[in-house]
Ligand binder design. Structure first.
Ligand code: BGC
Length: 755
């Protein structure tokens, strides 16, 4: 019998089966599998099923499981009844699994899969609604099953470090706590349906620039405090079944072979028991990858070979085909990979196959997608995710009894821009553009006109010249002058903001600022709507608009959601999950992006987002957590007490309780997103001015008051100590801050942590 690793870096249950399931190194003819083999029995505990199945597998069969069998399928083993795990891209809904985004974005009918297009991750984050994100995860998982697949490649929990990252729209913004809570909620929703999620991209994938070759140099503290918490929460709070490793390198090693991060931290310290899957074409070696704890290389088989042979893929730096059975077996023979390690890798894949239920109840498909119920979830999310940034003279909500005409203008008005580009862009059966939503809601009593305003940069050559833009801006200004109200929908689209490339600028695409200025001049009642995932530069003309809304990417129901907010059918409740800086030069990563000689130094350390703006007093255009409502909320009477004094009923780990009252002092029903920040009064080490440690949504009728309650654990007071290699909460005085945004702190109270 071989001896397992001496250091217990894997959970004890896993260690158990590695000890009891030794493998012989010579190829043998396996004995037939009896119909009543233990692993086939759903009543047997998962660890025993894994152990039993491993003991029946040949070493060749095990080695074959480390590589995918196609573009989005793992390798099945028919003899033993091990199914292929059938994947689909996400996270904003189910995307085609036919091939790379180049294939699935084409008109090719073979690549076409239709499913509900949910709002982008950044929109979901603007809802600050973990329950809704969980419901979204559940709805997506139901569609995964309806389409006969088993796994959805999401959620994306990478932090918005730089305003120019091409994939910022996929994630949940700049704050690790908000991101962690929402990521965990998504995972719970998906796993609750017996579908496998994959939280991605572990660990710090924060730019698309040279994404296969860039080496992110990040301090231990920034890793633990900013880039890892959402993955930790995925593992510890939601028990996630799979993690996808990122393309890039962190501190000198590609993620797929980054032993300190995968093996020691994710699997060791966090206690992750599921499997690690590579990003598509992100592996660069055999033994170091397997030994680091990277369990499944994707894609695989002939599809992978064909894809890798293409010049574009080679040029971009993809690498794959390292965990093929022949290479893995050769490394075992050479003594570079032990059979114990192989058992560990394969055991992780098998564990997920059993835990998810796909072994016992395969998903055969044939169900309905994009049903009325799913659309309702998408609509609610798109509505809750709209942030009202400015509402001069209470121009909103529009009073349909007083308004007779609306000019709807802009390159994003008549087209539904549902999401950013790349592997996350879902094809819905139909999508509602802002113009459609507004027309439908306006009905016959209000005349709705449309003008393009300016063509979207790079989309249609005929509209994309200075002359064409001047002409259409003039037409738009004329249309605005003749209407009671103008709604200008500007922003970006999937070819300016997407996977595989970063944004060139924070500015709006060509001509859009001029369009806004011309329309405002023609009609003082101008409402500007931002329809984009990444922050945009707020030029002087945007901030002088009567009203400004950020709808981000609203998925297929974005147009209905916008109309509901404009007409006051819904009261805005979204809050910014990311700071909107005045200009790119103000952002903390400026000067440390995209890096030089394929290295990017995360020199701003822990000062990401509001942690930077609020500590260094750099005024943003709009702060983190900001968002207006059509009603008003008053905060009062904050009481902070030690849980020991308050008595029972507190959740485990709670050290303090904070209670306060929120009142709706306006005239409409509304929902306020309340935010709890912690400020360290006595810190001797470098710490941000404050950090978000709690949030919730309170819906109140006019005049209604409610008590809000938060539990504050020691973890909320802690920082990562590189010396102690642990989270540390120093005894002393802290301040609990209750805010309506990070810069609008309404209540403060001190708390004292005893030694
Ligand atoms: C992306 C992943 C995606 C995978 C499969 C990669 O290019 O980075 O997020 O899941 O492709 O499409």
């Amino acid at each position: 019998m071989r001896i397992a690793r001496t250091v217990p870096l894997v959970p004890s249950a896993l260690l158990l089966f590695t000890l009891v399931a030794p493998v012989e190194s010579e190829a043998q003819t396996p004995p037939p599998v009896p119909a009543d083999a233990r692993y086939k029995n759903p009543g047997v505990p998962v660890e025993q099923r894994v152990s039993d199945l491993l003991s029946r597998m040949t070493i060749e069969e095990k080695a074959s499981m480390l590589e995918g069998s196609g573009w989005m399928e793992s390798t099945p083993i028919e003899r033993l009844g091990i199914p292929a795990i059938k994947m689909a891209d996400g996270p904003m809904g189910v995307r085609s699994w036919a091939g790379s985004s180049a294939i699935t974005s084409s008109a090719n009918p073979a690549a076409k899969v239709e499913a509900t297009s949910f709002p982008a991750g950044i929109t979901m984050a603007a809802t600050w609604d973990a329950q809704l994100v969980q419901r979204e995860g559940q709805a997506i998982a139901q569609e995964v099953k309806a389409l006969g697949r088993d796994m959805i490649l999401g959620p994306t929990v990478n932090i918005n470090r730089v305003p120019l990252w091409g994939r910022n729209f996929e994630g949940y913004g700049e704050d690790p706590y908000l991101t962690g809570r929402l990521g965990a909620a998504y995972i719970r929703g998906v796993q609750g349906e017996g579908v496998i999620p994959s939280v991605k991209h572990f660990a710090a994938n924060n730019e698309e620039f040279e994404r296969h070759r860039i080496d992110a140099h990040i301090s231990e503290r920034a890793l633990h405090e900013i880039y890892l918490p959402a993955f930790r929460s995925a593992v510890k709070d939601a028990g996630v079944w799979t993690v996808m490793s990122a393309y890039n390198l962190v501190n000198g090693a590609h993620l797929a072979e980054n032993k300190p991060l995968l093996h020691d931290l994710l699997q060791g310290e966090f206690g992750f028991k599921g499997f690690v899957i590579s990003d598509w074409g992100s592996t660069y070696s055999t033994a170091p990858t397997v030994n680091a704890g990277m369990d499944l290389e994707m894609p695989g088989g002939q599809r992978m070979k064909d894809w890798l042979a293409t010049a574009a893929v080679q040029k971009s730096g993809n690498s794959d085909g390292w965990l093929t059975a022949d290479k893995v077996l050769a490394e075992i023979k050479a003594g570079h990979i032990t059979e114990v390690t192989l058992n560990d890798n394969v055991g992780r894949i098998l564990r997920v196959i059993f835990m998810s239920g796909i072994f016992d109840h395969p998903h055969t498909g044939g169900g309905e997608v994009d049903t009325a119920e799913q659309r309702a979830v998408a609509l609610r999310a798109a509505t809750e995710g709209i942030v009202l940034l400015r509402n001069q003279d209470a121009i909103l909500p529009l009073d349909s009894t007083k308004i007779h005409s609306i000019a709807v203008i802009g390159p994003n008005a008549a087209v539904a821009r549902t999401g950013g580009g790349g592997s996350s862009l879902v094809r819905p059966k139909s999508a509602v553009a802002p113009l459609d939503g507004i027309k439908e809601r306006a009905g016959s009593a209000i005349k709705v006109t449309y003008a393009l305003g300016v063509g979207m940069e790079g989309e249609n050559p005929a509209d994309d010249t200075p002359e064409a833009r001047d002409k259409s801006i003039k037409e738009a200004a004329d249309a605005a002058a003749q209407a009671d109200v103008a709604v200008v929908v500007v922003g970006r689209y999937s070819k300016i903001e997407g996977e595989g490339f970063d944004l060139k600028t924070m500015d709006l695409p060509a001509g859009q600022d001029d369009l806004i200025a011309a329309v405002e001049k023609a009609n003082p009642h101008t409402i500007v709507v931002l329809n984009t995932g990444d922050p945009v530069t707020m030029k002087h003309d945007i901030t002088s608009a009567s009203a400004l809304l950020d709808m981000f990417y609203g998925g297929e129901e974005g147009g209905h959601a916008l109309a509901a907010i404009l007409f006051g059918d819904a009261n805005p409740s979204g809050k910014l999950p990311v700071t909107l800086p005045k200009r790119f030069e103000d952002s903390p990563a400026y000067g440390h992006y995209p890096g030089e000689n394929l290295k990017v130094d995360y020199a701003e350390g822990i000062y990401v987002g509001y942690r930077y703006y609020d500590t260094k007093n750099v005024e943003p255009a709009f702060p983190f957590g900001y968002g207006l409502s059509y009603t008003k909320f008053e905060y009062s009477n904050l009481q902070v007490a030690e849980v020991a004094e308050v008595g029972g009923g507190a959740p485990p780990g709670a050290a303090f309780s904070a209670t306060f009252t929120v009142k709706n002092s306006g005239t409409r029903v509304g929902t306020e997103v309340i935010q709890v920040y912690i400020h360290d009064f006595h810190t001797k080490i470098d710490r941000p001015f404050h950090e978000l440690k709690g949030f919730g949504r309170l819906t109140l009728n006019p005049g209604e008051s409610r008590l809000a309650h938060f539990a504050i654990g020691r973890d909320a007071l802690s920082y990562w100590s590189p010396e102690k290699k642990d989270w540390v909460a120093n005894p002393g005085a802290y301040e609990v801050q209750i805010g309506s945004s990070s810069r609008d702190i309404r209540l403060r109270a001190a708390l004292k942590l005893k030694p």
